[in-house]
Design a binder for this molecule. Structure first.
Ligand code: CO
Length: 433
């Protein structure tokens, strides 16, 4: 039996291999291949076998994987866990290089809602994908990862920012976020210099590079902390921790060979609202589920009947109580690290939970001997949302929003409880059956 500590170590390794959403999908793909999952292309015809294991990738950073169960779909419906592959942070602008006063800087755009101050004074790397034209004239893309301190956003000294501890660190989004890359001596064109760097790291020929998607990453490895190592810290816990947990549940022997048809759907673009070709508000999951249903049941009506039997867990992190900031929390809904997965409830459907899906999830927790907690946001604060209400609305599937408690959500370094990761994997296994 694998311990919670080992499961978290696996998670930290998973995050280290996944510095961007494009890398996260590649990491997941390699794990699936080790379990004989077969890749399906959306543009090809599919042949699905009973007990077959498959995955589909859309635009490199969203992935849906599924296992066909022994029982008919009309009987079981789909058991789905949804999560997201992206995390908020900084992305490199297209004309990124800015050379002046002997320094070369990269211009960045803010992706989603990061806590910007946490990006200062850290050993930042860069990861993503680069597209170029190969010798045969095809456009190809390749992953690139600078997993060493390459970039930095040095803070202003307190001597020039005397009230920083009273007013907080405020960064002007246009002027004060460009990242320092190198000293600059004007021997070559800045943009060409940057393309050369990309070539060194990726083997994409610099003169053939056409475009890129590049995310600023944190090169510091994940770590256990606390007197008894009961906590852990890393970047991108929101939401790679949920992706990892769902993947572990899926890759359980009894789930892989079970009665139920199980699905994991991990989307990019959650942090910016999910509206894109590969986001949860796009057609991806709908089309995949429809193709599976129509092939399995061979009747149009079958699809609606299968959906009516289906259930989705939308897994995303929850706000753990931090006792230094009691004013920020709903006093009767404090959720604590290491006290189990959190059921998120919002009357305005910022979360997809309703009483029946909640009751169902509680039952799974009890059967798996996993503690659980319930969270509601303060009534005087705007509540965040997840892919839960979006997917549930698009598909008409009963759904619940759950996730593990995390401190400092959207910091470049979040932290969480070791026990919770093991707990949520267990209840996900219970759900998949
Ligand atoms: Co999230």
């Amino acid at each position: 039996m694998i311990t919670a500590q080992q499961q978290v170590q696996n998670l930290l390794d998973f995050i280290e291999a996944s510095p961007s959403p494009w890398h996260a999908v590649a990491t997941i793909e390699s794990q699936l291949q080790a379990f004989q999952f077969e890749k399906l292309e959306e543009s090809a015809a599919w042949q699905l076998k009973a007990q077959g294991r498959y995955y589909v990738i859309r635009d490199d950073s969203s992935i849906i994987m599924f296992v066909m169960g022994l029982k008919p779909l009309l009987e079981t419906g789909f058991k789905i866990i949804g999560a997201h592959t992206d995390s908020p942070g900084l992305r490199i602008k297209p004309n990124a290089t800015n050379a002046a006063e002997g320094l070369l800087r990269l211009g960045v755009e803010i992706y989603g809602g990061p806590i910007l101050a946490t990006f200062t004074d850290r050993d930042l790397g860069l990861a993503g994908r680069v597209s170029y034209k190969d010798e045969q004239g095809h456009i190809v893309s390749q992953l690139v990862n600078f997993d060493r301190p390459l970039l930095r956003l040095p803070n202003l000294a307190i001597h020039m920012n005397r009230t920083v501890n009273e007013d907080g660190l405020k960064l002007h989004k246009q002027n004060e976020l460009p990242l320092i890359l190198s000293t600059w001596a004007e021997e070559s064109l800045p943009q060409a210099y940057f393309s050369e760097l990309l070539q060194q790291q990726s083997a994409c020929p610099a003169e053939r590079i056409l475009s890129w998607d590049l995310a600023v990453s944190d090169t510091q490895k994940g770590a256990f902390w606390g007197a008894n190592n009961e906590f852990y810290a890393d970047g991108q816990l929101d939401n790679l921790a949920s992706c990892h947990a769902a993947l572990q549940a899926l890759l359980t022997e009894s789930v892989l060979n079970g009665d139920n048809s199980v699905v994991c759907a991990f989307f990019d673009h959650e942090e910016i609202g999910s509206t894109s070709c590969k986001g949860a508000d796009g057609s991806f999951l709908e089309e995949v589920l429809q193709r599976i249903s129509l092939m399995a049941e061979d009747i149009r009506e079958g699809y609606a009947r299968v959906l009516a039997k289906s259930f989705m867990i939308s897994a995303d992190m929850a706000h753990a109580y931090q006792p230094n900031f009691p004013w920020a929390y709903e006093p009767d809904h404090k959720v604590m690290v290491n006290k189990g997965p959190v059921i998120k409830i919002n009357a305005n459907q910022r979360y997809s939970t309703e009483s029946i899906s909640q009751a169902q999830f509680i039952d799974w927790c009890e059967q798996a001997d996993v503690p659980y907690q319930t969270y509601a946001h303060r009534s005087d604060l705007a509540c965040g949302s997840t892919i839960g209400p979006i997917s549930s609305a698009r598909l008409g599937i009963r759904s619940i929003d759950v996730g593990n408690p995390v401190w400092a959500m959207h910091s470049i370094r979040e932290s969480a409880g070791v026990l919770d990761h093991g707990y949520i994997i267990r209840v996900m296994q219970q759900f998949f059956g």
